[in-house]
Design a protein around this ligand. Structure first.
Ligand code: PGA
Length: 249
């Protein structure tokens, strides 16, 4: 059975309290038209609790990172338990900006994902190759290596989401071809089935990197693409609903 698609917005370091107007607009559209897939917004930490309190039943709220420990002497960090307490349902882990800006290894990402699972929240585990890795023909090696290293043993189709985000496609307006997306997603699917058996067929594998309303239809139709992780185009409800529309028949 094909999993229920998920369209997730990653607001990154954008958004102030006034930005709740975009969440309200998104909720209004999905309440009026219905939601054809699962929809998630991951605002910065400062807005998680307010957004969770304000959202309706059509839009879930998540966070963009967490610490691997539940509490303790880690100044400036936020734990999965805190995010659960604030009302988050999902936590993005291992985004390429965290891997690059904060030197997060796949081992560190896996520890974060385990912490998310331990709270009963769902990790969205991000993987993806750089442009030079793709040019060197190493895309599948890199992506499957990150997958194996970052996804916890306790992951299941029901509790974990994978996001394939080629680093060179993030925020650049460039995307792989549909055939290239399908090739990587199909390789990820095969690796999940090899590791998790039949349950591997049910994991949602999101594509991320310059998803926009005008390319969402073709990207979401690619083999083994079960949704999108959207950065820039998730900040405005009008753009984001245009992407969600890819799942309206
Ligand atoms: P983008 O970002 O849609 O702005 O390319 C995607 C992401 O980083 O999750």
């Amino acid at each position: 059975m094909k999993p229920m698609p998920l369209v997730a917005g990653n607001w990154k370091m954008n958004g102030l309290r006034a930005s709740q107007a975009e969440l309200d607009a998104l909720n209004a559209v999905l309440t009026a038209k219905g939601a054809p897939c699962e929809v998630l917004i991951c605002p910065p930490f400062t807005l998680v609790a307010a957004f969770a309190a304000a959202t309706g039943d059509k839009v879930a709220i998540g966070a963009q990172d967490c610490h691997a420990k539940q509490s303790g002497a880690h100044t400036g960090d936020i734990s999965a338990e805190m995010l659960k307490d604030a009302g988050a349902g999902y936590v993005i882990v291992g985004h390429s900006e965290r891997r690059a800006d904060h030197g997060e290894s796949s081992e560190a990402v896996r520890a974060k994902a385990e912490a998310v699972l331990a709270e009963g929240l769902k990790p969205i585990v991000c993987i993806g190759e750089t442009e030079s890795e793709r040019d060197a023909g190493k895309t599948l090696d890199v992506v499957l290596g990150q997958l194996a290293g970052s996804v916890p043993t306790g992951s299941t189709a029901a509790n974990t989401v994978i996001a394939y985000e080629p680093v060179w496609a993030i925020g650049t307006g460039r995307t792989p071809t549909v055939a290239e997306v399908a090739e990587v997603h199909t390789a990820i699917r095969s690796a999940l089935v090899a590791r998790f058996g039949a349950d591997g067929t049910g994991f949602r594998i999101l594509y991320g990197g310059s998803v926009k309303p005008d390319n969402a239809n073709e990207l979401m139709a690619a083999d083994n693409v079960d949704g999108a992780l959207v950065g820039g185009a998730s900040l405005k409800a009008s753009d984001f609903t245009g992407i969600i529309d890819a799942y309206r028949s």
